[in-house]
Each structure stands twice: as C-alpha cells, then as structure tokens.
Design a protein around this ligand. Structure first.
Ligand SMILES: [Fe+2]
Length: 134
C-alpha cells in the first residue's frame, strides 16, 4: 500500500482467496516467513471462513480458524498462509505488519509446511504433508 519499508511504519493490505481446490487442497495464499524473522503480523477476517496455518523453524505449528470479524495474531518467527475452506463467500482478510518485515517465500518454498489442510469426505482435515522431509 505504498508504505515505506521502515520499522517506524506499518505495512497493510487486504487478501482475497476465492473458492476452489487443487486436488484435495483448498485454495490458499503463498506461504512465507518475514525476511526480518523477528516480526509479527495481525490479520482481521472481513469475510468468509478458513484457517491460518502457521509453523516455525523449530517445527512448532498451529492452525487457527478464520471467521468473519475475528482478529488473529501471527507470532514473530512463524511462516503463515491463509486457506479458504468451503463456504459460499471468498475469504477476505486485512493484514498489518511492521514496515521493514519483508517477505521470504524461498525458505519454506521447497519443503512446504509440515501439515496440509485437505478436504476429506467434504470436510477440512489436517494431515501430515507427505512431501515434507527433514
Ligand atoms: Fe506475512
């Protein structure tokens, strides 16, 4: 949103995930760490239903539900992505993070998250990522 990349500023924007799946995985945003790892992020769900999947380099992970009018905190040092699960509406979130945080897509790009949220019998289920290796 044109905010200077400074720790004195707050970068912000919105994200929209439309309905759909690739195989049995729901549409999602691209997972990322922040380039400055020690920076957190706040999300506010404006519309829709989904999950925020989070994971740190030590292997701790968490999946928190995103529903309309719910605020969610992504702790510093956690990679994160939002995932839209079946509903009639797109998943729309507002986010804000320190202006100097940056985006690091590369670190988690090759292995991905340890967990996946997939559709099983019409419902979301958290499973081990079969492609994840130490
Ligand atoms: Fe982020």
């Amino acid at each position: 949103m044109g905010v200077p990349a400074s720790e004195k500023e707050i970068a912000y924007g919105t994200s929209i995930v439309y309905p759909g799946k690739v195989g049995d995985e729901y549409f999602m945003t691209k997972e990322h760490f922040h380039t400055v790892l020690d920076t957190a992020e706040v999300y506010y769900c404006l519309n829709g239903h989904g999950y925020m999947l989070m994971e740190n380099l030590e292997g701790d992970w968490e999946a928190q539900e995103l529903t309309s009018d719910l605020a969610l905190y992504v702790p510093r040092r956690y990679a994160h992505r939002s995932i839209r699960i079946p509903a009639s509406e797109p998943l729309v979130t507002f986010f804000a993070f320190p202006g100097h945080a940056g985006h690091d897509y590369g670190t988690i790009e090759t292995k991905g998250f340890r967990k996946l949220i997939v559709e099983r019998n019409g419902k979301p289920e958290i499973i081990d990522n079969p492609k994840w290796k130490n």
